[in-house]
Design a protein. Structure first.
Length: 580
């Protein structure tokens, strides 16, 4: 096959010359193509068939044990000036990165098939959507891209009319962790990824395109590419709100996006628009609107059970690809806290042995098409996206951050987002449970200098008439014994209801130095098992601890030196002054 887009054809020819694949397969995105790739992977052992009676069309992929997460230390943004990428990114000069990557790609696809994967991030007919083409030697990438993006013929047709696309070159190489690089060239709209088959490193539409490259494009063009879920909440009276919420990886975005109202919240309906990425644009009426550029979920499996997320639990019982879960003796997938069955074989294919650690890898994943979600909102396919009422930031913090608080205005909200901190999780290699700054949950994903990014966020005050209110939540507060103070999951709806009431000006709030907090009476705790004292603790502001926090934030901002926007520094000053 060929394409009428000359730039695309020329690039493919160059890559073929460099990587020397045995075959080139143009992905058309059809179901029959998906099936034949699955069959081929079952034959080669890249996939293992799971119990087809209980889990029809479910397959397990076991990755190389050293290739199980994103590799932030091996992820680079390559611009002429290091200052443009900022201290929040690893930087390499483009020429140096090109030389290094060319050597790695040289002949790397010999004996392999190269898949040409045209994809569209966002509804195919949306003016907000953007296309890309990934060239990869991994059939695992091809089948995952089919589930995660609008992939194939329709995307290619859009590229051919539009002429514009992001180029992504990927090879698993020999999966040697010492020869693994994820390179971004924003000026060339180019991504090069070598040596990993893991989702966040290899499915280039996701983190590399829809966040790192897109965040940079968005800064040039006046929109935002964010690490946010999008959820629709409908009250018993039929009032609808759309909320976008940013949380670091593996902090419950999928669960919040698929929230199941508990019995006590009768009449509420929750529908999912997206669970990981939101692209936000101001429309012609001055309203901020969001689309989800993805069409599937690449979710964390451990912890998913009937109680925590029944919808996800059911959704992954058919037509799902599992990566690095354990299996039971009747070949069903198994993971920690599944609360069903017993594992006999761990994620590496070894017989279960307690000494080998968890049976499923803590970052084991499922990939499913979004339409399998029982609470899927068809608006996820609306080219115009949905109007956003509230933006929520959150992190995983044992201490300090109250259950919920509201920014005093947009600029203060940008400070709150820029100050987000969270404990690290298994979604990236490195130590787990270490608190680090993760502004807007974008630390691993912002493709340019955070200081400029915050400036871009601040610029929205002047761009839009109806900016959403900004909130911060923390579902993860613990007491001295390490017990969670808030039950989380479906019960988080009680907090979302307060957020909606604030958006509708239906309730007042306590004015504190860090923002507006709920009056205890305005959070419904009936039948929750959270007593008034615990709620008071969840809604308290420890001024000493916050003074220290603001000092830490100031030190963090110093890393960005004079590039920090004055408005942001002024917002910080205001909070410090009111804590005195
Ligand atoms: C993800 C991540 O996979 O954030 O979504 O790591
Ligand atoms: Mn994510």
């Amino acid at each position: 096959m060929t394409t009428s887009n000359q730039a695309l054809q020329q690039w493919i020819d160059e890559v073929v010359k460099l990587t020397r694949p045995e075959r080139v397969h143009w992905c058309d995105g059809s179901d029959s193509e998906y099936q034949s790739l699955i069959e081929q992977m079952l034959e080669t052992g890249d996939l293992i068939s799971l119990n087809q009676e209980t889990h029809p069309n479910c397959y397990l992929h076991r990755s190389s044990p050293s290739d199980v997460a994103r590799v932030e230390h091996l992820t680079f943004v390559c611009t002429q000036n290091a200052e443009d990428t900022g201290p929040n990114n690893n930087w390499m000069k483009p020429a140096e990165a090109h030389t290094q990557m060319k050597a790695l790609f040289d002949g790397c696809m010999e004996g392999r098939t190269m898949y040409v994967i045209p994809y569209c991030m966002g509804p195919i007919d949306s003016p907000y959507a953007r296309c890309g083409v990934e060239l990869s030697d991994s059939p695992y990438v091809a089948i995952n891209m089919k589930l995660m993006t609008r992939m194939g013929q329709a995307a290619l047709a859009r590229i051919e009319t539009e002429g514009r696309f992001v180029r992504g070159l990927h090879s698993t190489g020999d999966l040697n962790p010492d020869q693994r690089f994820i390179m971004h060239f924003p000026d060339e709209l180019l991504i090069q990824s070598y040596g990993s088959g893991y989702g966040g490193n290899a499915l280039l539409g996701k983190k590399c395109h829809a966040l790192r490259i897109a965040s940079w494009q968005a800064s040039q063009e006046g929109w935002l590419a964010e690490h946010m879920l999008i959820v629709e909440l409908e009250s018993p009276e039929g009032e609808k709100h759309y909320i976008a919420a940013a949380f670091p990886s593996a902090c419950g975005k999928t669960n919040l996006a698929m929230l199941i109202p508990p019995e006590s919240q009768e009449g509420w309906k929750v529908r999912t628009l997206g669970d990981d990425i939101a692209w936000l644009h101001v429309d012609e009426t001055g309203q901020l609107r969001a689309i989800n550029p993805e069409s599937g979920y690449f979710g964390v499996v451990p912890g998913t059970n009937k109680k925590t997320n029944r919808n996800a639990f059911d959704m992954i019982k058919h037509d799902a690809i599992y990566t690095n879960v354990a299996i039971t003796d009747d070949n069903e997938p198994w993971w920690e806290d599944k609360e069903q069955g017993e594992p006999t074989t761990d994620w590496q294919g070894r017989p279960i042995n307690g000494g080998n650690g968890p049976a499923a890898h803590p970052n084991s994943r499922f990939t499913v098409g979004a339409k399998q979600n029982p609470c899927y909102s068809p608006l996820a396919d609306d080219p115009a996206g949905v109007p956003i009422s509230a933006i929520i930031f959150g992190g995983r913090r044992r201490e300090l951050a109250p259950l919920v608080y509201e920014a005093k205005d947009w600029n203060h909200g940008v400070l709150i987002g820029a100050s987000v901190a969270s404990e690290t999780t298994a979604a990236a290699t490195g130590k787990v449970g270490v608190t680090r700054r993760d502004p807007m949950a974008m630390k691993p994903f912002c493709g340019y200098n955070f200081a400029d990014y915050w400036g871009h966020w601040l610029s929205f005050s002047a761009r839009a008439d109806k900016l959403p209110k900004i909130f911060h939540v923390n579902w993860f507060r613990q007491n001295a014994d390490g017990k969670f103070l808030w039950p989380g999951f479906g019960e988080n709806l009680r907090v979302l209801r307060w957020i909606i009431d604030r958006c509708e000006d239906r309730v007042s709030a306590q004015d504190t130095p860090i923002g507006y907090l709920p009056h205890a009476d305005d959070i419904d705790i009936e039948g929750l098992g959270v007593d008034a004292e615990t709620l008071a603790q969840l809604l308290s502001v420890d001024k000493d601890a916050w003074r220290k926090e603001m000092q830490d934030v100031a030190e963090y901002f110093e890393e960005f030196d004079r590039r920090i926007p004055e408005l942001l520094a002024a917002e910080h000053e205001k909070v410090v002054a009111s804590l005195k």
